[in-house]
Design a protein around this ligand. Sequence first.
Ligand code: SF4
Length: 274
Amino acid sequence: MENIKIKEIIAKGYINPSKLPGTDYVINPYVGCPHRCMYCYAEFMKRFSNHDEPWGTFTDVKIRSTSSRPVDLRGKNVFLSSVTDCYNPLEEKYALTRKLLQQLRYSGAAVTILTKSALVLRDMDVLKQLPDVTVGFSINTTDDAFRQDTEPFAACVPERLNALKTLHENGIRTWVHVSPIFPYLSDWKAVLEAAGPFTDRFSFENLKLRAASLPRVLLYINRRHPQLLKAYEDIYKHDGSAFWRALRKEILAYCNRGRLSAEVQFSAKDPAQD
Ligand code: SF4
């Protein structure tokens, strides 16, 4: 967590309606994310958060909310988190996610968590009290050198897999989001093999690059995987649809054969594309 500017703020509220598929509400206890993933999809949030600093170098902590308006969550799906990691390292100190989960215990909501951190295990006691909860990890590789390149401040792959196993052994429903799939680099079959015994379902999402992340990722490919540069340029500067169509088919066939529950969420653009 070097060189992260941390600010405590008072938020208008913690819970917001969401247009994400299968999600009624999202909770983002932090603005910004110290995990600094190279491809981060949440970077567009800078536009709304009055920050000039580069994404990944600041995090605002929503220590309080001014809203006392109760939200009826009975039968609703609540997702943590869409534009931060709710278990980023600041959560160790602030425990905002923990407090929010405690408040959700009797809300009647189905809660889904997605993280890249094993810190979620700290809250096992609260997770066990939630009547409907699924905890997911984003894992797009088993190659920790590649993980280190692209997600330098998130938990290493073995830590995420161990946390997944612990959750599963404690009766928590688990999910692995194989995302983002980097063309020719994400060894998704190895992820399925490693996580399969502890995972109730898989979802897959392709790497989508925005104006801010495209040059960053292409520079990385040129430096570390130059043999793939042309293929990346073809996919991201021209038309990658044939590549993703073929991969979708391959993933679904592979998961059908292995009787794995899988959903492929490939698209050319993500909903908040700039
Ligand atoms: S964990 Fe998620 S929100 Fe945080 S930097 Fe990585 S992609 Fe962005």
